[in-house]
Design a protein around this ligand. Structure first.
Ligand code: FUB
Ligand code: ZN
Length: 683
């Protein structure tokens, strides 16, 4: 019966995009991106760039770099094919179709839809009769990709990525189905999911495996929601429950940490911690290993917990979140400090020049925090999400949408981890192209993060100009937001229920307004300022206590009611916890949700040879620079040597730009953390 209801819901909603339903299992309902039309200047520019530049570029690169050809070859296998590239190159095609599907939902595009159909015809042709879809083996089963193993799934827990490919296939196919109502991609994905479901498990003839790279868990949970078929949820849960147990010796005992080594791009780590398989997940309490794998896994755990009610799962991701937010999160919201293993470092290990902070890890961090919000309804998760979104995530893509960073360091000498020209600049693509294709799929999905609904609670989580159609307690309510956020803290929300309706509007009051950069003691404001906020309804001031970070307005709403929110927005000085060695003696500057940096192009002195005053005087002004950023100026002292080698100290005006906008004017010095006390910095 439940299955029939789910299918009915789907059939009645998918043509126009899916509506808010309880399907996801989360106590709080997402408001899908299809219900929110962005009218915002800041994000409108990013969405246009995504549609006009990023997605066409990614499709073009899939074609140019032989990713489509791989599917063609798999459809016509040959022992002569030499299988090169990465064992997950197929996923770039799936991820780009996912992004294009979101984008087409906002702006229909017949030509693009036809193009995708033609790509899907090649993808379908590459699928083996039993549903297995992995070009890295199928094109030449005798000599598959060097990471693939001689048998299916044999190297899954190392680097074959067979289940990673499935996860992205599911994510892409479900988005495509929901956006277009067409089943051509979904059916391909279902066939591969069925193949995996038959092959993996503890029954005779099956193999016990967990994904070497997580994401299938999220995809399978979604497939359960879409189809109502519980076998997909069961497989997602199996892939989580077995993590930490699938040793070669005994699949029912926790594996030891020395099973075998995984190597990738020159680093060697124990396979178990690298892919979070060092312990059963319900015993994990620290974020370790590869950051993208980890945050995808935590997101998958949240999805499965929401659908099964598994509280041990939730306790595990809550513990790990505490660890990340209090010890392993960059001020930009980036995660994964180490290049080696693309991995989390030790507690408080947050170097700046060598920070890895993969763009994919920032995206994964958004997924994870969003899900924790849907579970717990606390604004603190959106504080982390917003910090990541406006800083360490969009720094990964140029303003024009055509070039990408893979790592997102907080400091640069213009050269570290340089390209063939010896400079550090965003690139239009990479051999391992996970980040560009992840950006392709993430940016167009952004409108889905603005609101959420739980019975008669309407959450306003992000401040982005938009018009939205929500369903609150079964009735239609329109919201119109206008704002110049993140540049100003004034938000105008028009509330229009069809007829008078009682509900609660919950406006998030960001941590940065309340004097806490993050919900932990990892960073703190060090300037003694106190920001205020006000909320009015139809011009009358409302005074309420915050509840889990939300300003709740309960009333009988009527058409055209207006809520005005004002957050003071001033440049702030931030210090890191003294345990973060890399930031000792240094300060960072923020304004609103944006983290700032000093870059060579704005300053005619060496930004690494300056000292900011004890109480720097900071001033923010709107400029025409870099798409119209607010620039911050600070008094500082620059050190240099005169012709006689004597140290000179000169008063200078240090200019700062938002971190996300750095490296648009060539590569050179950049720093988020700026020296304030030399003797401590050198300690
Ligand atoms: O392994 C697939 C992707 O490639 C990972 O998520 C990225 O970190 C990169 O290693
Ligand atoms: Zn990536």
């Amino acid at each position: 019966m439940k299955k029939i209801i789910l299918l009915f819901l789907l059939a009645t909603t998918c043509r126009t995009g899916f509506s808010q339903t309880k399907n996801s299992g989360y106590p709080i309902n997402p408001v899908p991106f299809t219900s929110v039309q962005v009218t915002d200047k800041f994000w409108g520019q990013r969405l246009d760039a995504s549609r006009e530049v990023t997605i066409p570029l990614a499709f073009g690169k899939c074609e140019e770099t032989g990713r489509y050809e791989n599917f063609y070859k798999a459809a016509h296998p040959s022992p002569d094919y030499k299988v090169g590239g990465f064992s997950f190159d197929d996923t770039d095609v799936y991820k780009t179709i996912e992004g294009a599907s979101y984008s087409m939902q906002t702006l229909p595009d017949k030509k693009l839809a036809q193009y995708i159909d033609s790509v899907l015809a090649i993808v379908a042709a590459a699928q083996e009769p039993d549903g297995y879809l992995y070009t890295a083996r199928t094109m030449n089963p005798q000599h598959p990709h060097r990471r693939a193993g001689s048998e299916r799934w044999e190297k899954e827990e190392e680097m074959s990525h067979e289940l990673y490919n499935l996860g992205h296939l599911l994510e892409g196919a479900i988005a495509h189905y929901q956006a277009t109502g067409k089943r051509n991609f979904l059916d391909i994905a279902i066939r591969y999911a069925d193949c995996a479901e038959r092959s993996i498990g503890d029954k005779p003839g099956q193999v016990a495996r967990v994904p070497g790279h997580q994401i299938a868990e999220m995809g399978l949970a979604k497939l359960y929601v879409v189809t109502g078929d519980k076998k997909y949820l069961d497989l997602a849960k199996y892939l989580l429950d077995k993590r930490g147990y699938t040793s070669k010796k005994d699949a029912n005992k926790p594996s030891d940490n020395l099973l075998f080594l995984a190597t990738n791009g020159g680093y060697t780590v124990t396979k178990d911690a690298y892919s979070q398989a060092h312990k059963p997940i319900v015993e994990q309490d620290e974020a370790v290993g590869h950051a993208v794998r980890a945050a995808y896994m935590y997101s998958g755990i949240a999805d499965v917990a929401a659908l099964t009610g598994d509280t041990a799962y939730i306790r595990a991701i809550d513990r790990i979140w505490d660890n990340v937010v209090s010890k392993k999160l960059y001020i930009t919201g980036g995660i994964g400090a180490r290049h080696k293993g693309e991995a989390f470092g030790d507690n408080y290990e947050l170097p700046n020049l060598t920070a890895y902070n993969e763009t994919c890890a920032a995206i994964a961090n958004v997924y994870w925090n969003y899900r924790l919000f849907l579970l717990h309804g606390d604004a603190k998760y959106f504080d982390v999400l917003e910090r990541t979104l406006y800083n360490g995530l969009i720094s990964g893509v140029s303003l024009d949408g055509g070039a990408f960073f893979y790592p997102n360091p907080l400091e640069s000498d213009g050269k570290y981890k340089f390209n063939s020209e010896g400079t550090l600049v965003r690139q239009p693509w990479f051999g391992c192209a996970c980040c560009p294709s992840n950006v392709s799929r993430f940016i167009p999905s952004l409108p889905g993060y603005v609101y959420a609904v739980n019975n008669d609670d309407v959450y306003v989580n992000l401040f982005i100009g938009n018009t939205a159609d929500l369903t609150v307690n079964g009735k239609k309510v329109s919201l119109t937001q206008s704002t110049d956020y993140p540049w100003t803290g004034d938000i105008h929300i028009k509330v229009s229920p069809r007829s008078k309706q009682q509900f609660t509007l919950k406006v998030r009051v960001p941590g940065w307004v309340q004097g806490q950069p993050l919900p932990s003691d990892l960073y703190s404001y060090a300037d003694g300022k106190k920001l205020n906020y006000t909320v009015t309804v139809n011009g009358a001031k409302v005074d309420n206590k915050l509840d889990k970070g939300y300003f709740a307005i309960s009333r009988q709403w009527k058409k055209g009611d207006v809520v005005e929110v004002h957050f003071d927005m001033e440049p702030r000085v931030v210090k890191a916890n003294d345990k973060v060695e890399a930031d000792r003696g240094k300060i960072a500057i923020e304004r609103g949700p944006l983290v700032y940096c000093a870059e060579w192009a704005d300053n005619d002195f060496d930004i690494f040879a300056i000292s900011l005053s004890r109480n720097p005087v900071l001033k923010a002004d709107k400029t025409d620079l870099l798409g119209g950023v607010y620039q911050i100026k600070s008094d500082a002292q620059a050190l240099s040597y005169d012709n006689n080698g004597r140290l000179q100290i000169k008063d200078v005006s240090l200019k700062l730009i938002p971190y996300y906008a750095w490296n648009h004017r060539g590569s050179g010095n950049m720093a988020v953390w700026l020296t304030q006390q030399f003797f401590i910095a050198k300690r």
